[in-house]
Design a protein around this ligand. Sequence first.
Ligand SMILES: [Zn+2]
Ligand SMILES: [Zn+2]
Length: 497
Amino acid sequence: MRALIAIALACLAAAPVSAERAPDLVLTGALSGRDQHTYRELPFDVPKGTSRITVDVDYTGRAEKTTIDLGLLGPGGFEAQDGFRGWSGGGKHRFTVSATDATASYLPGAIEPGRWRILLSIPNIRPASNATFTAKVWLSKDDEGFGPEHGLTAALSSQDRWYRGDLHMHSAHSDGNCTSASGTRKVGCPLFLTVASAARRGLDFIAVSEHNTMSHVSELRELQPYFDTMLLIPAREVTTFEGHANLFGVSRTVDFRLGGKAVPDWNALLADVARAHGVISINHPRRPNDETCMGCGFTPRGPVDMRGFQAIEVVNGRDAQRADSGLPFWEAQLNDGLRITAIGGSDSHDGSDDPRDAYAGAIGTPTTVVHAREQSMEGILDGIRAGHVFVDAEGTRDRLLDVVATTGGARASMGDAIAVPAGAPLHVDVKTAGVTGAVLTVTVDGKRMDQFGKAIPVDGAASFDWPGDGGRHWLRVDVRAPDGGLLVLGNPLYVNH
Ligand SMILES: [Zn+2]
Ligand SMILES: [Zn+2]
């Protein structure tokens, strides 16, 4: 069903914070030999509206074997039912606790306002030693998301380059399953196996997108240090009766019950997501929404302001060559004047390397390739917001599509806007890799260009000129097999937008 542009969103996403912000509290203290084998509590007050507590403790005296172990107590401490919030001993200097997730060693749960305490234990300090400690505390509000200080978002690489990933998969935290260790039955697939499969594929990032829940995020926190070349992006597949949408980078709960009092329609849900600075993408928009695929197709009951979405999953699993891929739906949005990024996702429900059904691909098929300033969550999400993306439909490890357009002194890459005056030619340079024998196709406003209809052979590089008429257009370059099959889907250049 075609959605309409009708209602303006009240809230637009603000620029995300990519640098670690200053702590809200800094607590300091001193220890001497008399503190050997004692506990000390560092109290701090948590105001109402706090949804996450992050703590980082550093201390002096390690050369003299001074050791401080760490834990966390909520209001009420050990006497309260949920007052003990975890213990990491000497294993970690930084940890985070929220309603949805926590660092391994800590317990996720409600952040009650009141007096909390960092619990220090001193298993060793020599009789003549002295030491000082500093505890930084961040108190985060609901919509702060996964700030760098909360972990999980540190950059794995600072290189400005293309990164290859998969933005859609499921594990035992929703309906992903695989064969049990004995080989005798299908069981919920442990997230670890799903992540290990993705790492074997050599991907640079994955988003684990469980249906409506974030119960996997604590485990992602545990896995990320081990999988130190593949970024793990927290996500969920917002799963409604009127379609599915992947929401990336939002840590808090999102009410998905469209039609209810709190979330009357998609516009209300999108406004909520915008407050949390998330990236949200409509999944498999052209799937049926019936007994064969319940809630799958994007079928809003009323008008939707499509500007609330940053992306559309144009290739879902192995559907790139199918009539029910998202391509016509996406092109309709582009023709309506939207700038919205095409992405892909395997929708893998199987932690092994085999796809489960006719729709889902194996992890990494397709691969979404994002040009990002760094290999971090915000780096990848900003690359998606900007449209600096192509989709490798078959999920190879090496196919590349780079499009650079110039006119006069202006320059644009895929996803960028460029002003092209009437009569001025737009010169388009295309670089490819891994597609020898393939052809380029050029699509303008949803139509294949006549003069390029025969397709341009490509093997490394190609270029062409497109005559501008001063009007508003979008122009996209794809790579196709000689039989027309889609190999690489590009994102558009936006002319005079
Ligand atoms: Zn879905
Ligand atoms: Zn899914």
